[in-house]
Design a protein around this ligand. Sequence first.
Ligand code: SAH
Length: 587
Amino acid sequence: MSGKLFVIGFGPGSFEHITKRAREAIQESDVIIGYSTYVDLIRGLLTDQEVVSTGMTEEVTRAREAVRQAEEEGKKVAVISSGDAGVYGMAGLVYEVLVEKGWTEATGVPIEIVPGISAINSCGAILGAPIMHDACTISLSDHLTPWELIERRIDAAGMADFVIALYNPRSGRRTRQIVEAQRILLQYRSPDTPVGIVKSAYREREHVVITTLAQMLEHDIGMLTTVIIGNTSTFVYDGKMITPRGYQRKYTLSADEQPLKPHQRLRVENEPWSLEAANDSLASAPAPSAASAKDRPVLIDAEPAKTAPTSSATGTAVLEAPPAVTEEAAPKSQPAPFDWAMQALTAINATKGIVTEPAAKTATRSTSSFQPEMIFEVAISPGVANKKITPQQMMAIAEVAGEKGEIEYTPHHQMILRVPTSNPDSVTGRLRELGLILSPIGDVLQVKACDFCDGEKKDSIPYAEELAQNLGGREMPKEVKIGFNGCGMACYRAVQEDIGIVFRKGKFDLFLGAKTVGRNAHSGLQVAEGIPKEEIVPLVERIVARFKKEAFPNERFHKFFQRVGVIEGYKWREPAKEEIENAACGD
Ligand code: SAH
């Protein structure tokens, strides 16, 4: 008997992308078995092969028939799959049918799996270079896989910042899965995350869209579509989706001569992010550059009960969320939060050259009375309108920071204090005594007021204070800044904030949705003039409440305004654009 089984992936569907071995195997075969649409795609390669094509849902019948014809009739049988036969294709099923029959390589019919270009690769190539880094494929089809498991995989991939290729994203009947997938991923990724939607890659009706995670559902997604979700560093340039590999960390891509010479490139001190550097706690390792809002680790309130209004803010500890541990997996002697805090402290200290000593060992001790040190982080300002810090306050801040603490000045009229402590109350108590205002950091609301010309234009200060009191430090889906200026000069640039309030002639002007950073930064839209004094606080509170309730996690206020179109009757409109010539230097 000279029977043989081929399981062939013929790629996305165009002849150019079928491998040489796949063509040969098709030619060598006596019988081709496959879903009829697939057989049609390769029909041009067939000579005198017999074709067995059955309906889509009869995969098991097809696999059994292939095995039967190869084993019993001694035929060379090719089972064909689109893409790669080992990626949601027929390869596994053919093996499973063989296993059921007690097949072994030594005694059974020979089998050859011929690899093909899977949709993640073909669609990736069409989109640019979105895969590039750690990526995964997830099929949204729950016909054979419990949805609960698919959901967990989406969640894990979202959390771990994988680029994700969604296969089988949607069909006539399965329409909710892609909506759920978007919802889960928005918990981890910005609504701006680039998303590529490719339908029928390298086939006649190829259709390509590059959009965002927030807007992906507005596009046609079906059975022949693969959806590729970028990771937190994926960007779009000139209609291409690109995920950087990390070269920018070490190389200057615009220079012929590299600052790091080849022999220096693999040195531990030049890879402070590596496992080896973390182990060595290298004193020379530079602190990692400030994480952008997008890749910032999950923020967990140090004392959730006490967060919220500015006056009672306690600050925020920045820690990676601990991996979900099941009951039996979690060693009882090491409470997860404790480990987690130690891990964070050790990692942060390592970047500063501080070795976290026996405490790390203490972590294995089972004791509940031990209070681990955490990096306590809090924003400090001298007041809503007051911009002057007294020498006494300055000294107190320096003292609580001590040797190991860090003080950073931000562009938002705040100082950030980071200090390792097991007793945040001692820090906050001392600072509050001296009249400093403390607020949590992260995705919270901040009221930024001007200095009201040292109080000369004091009429509107109470409103700024009331807003700060009622809203300051409140947790938000994304940070929100309210700029509040005491006169029409708006010299503290209220119009450049998410929400801008300018006091003028006894009334308020309101601006919404500035884009505060980026090449296309713009001021907020002036949505109202002459709002009576007593109306401003409740109006802004309603705007903020709507944002808090309806914004996607990580959605900036201006994006939200654009998406919802109307807030409190104020309509979003395209901000005026200036035509600017390209800079002569070309970048
Ligand atoms: N074995 C195939 C996957 C089969 S599952 C492979 O490796 O590519 C079917 C899914 O694959 C489709 O729902 C779609 O998500 C994806 N797919 C297959 N071919 C495609 C193509 N030409 N263009 C876009 N997506 C494709």
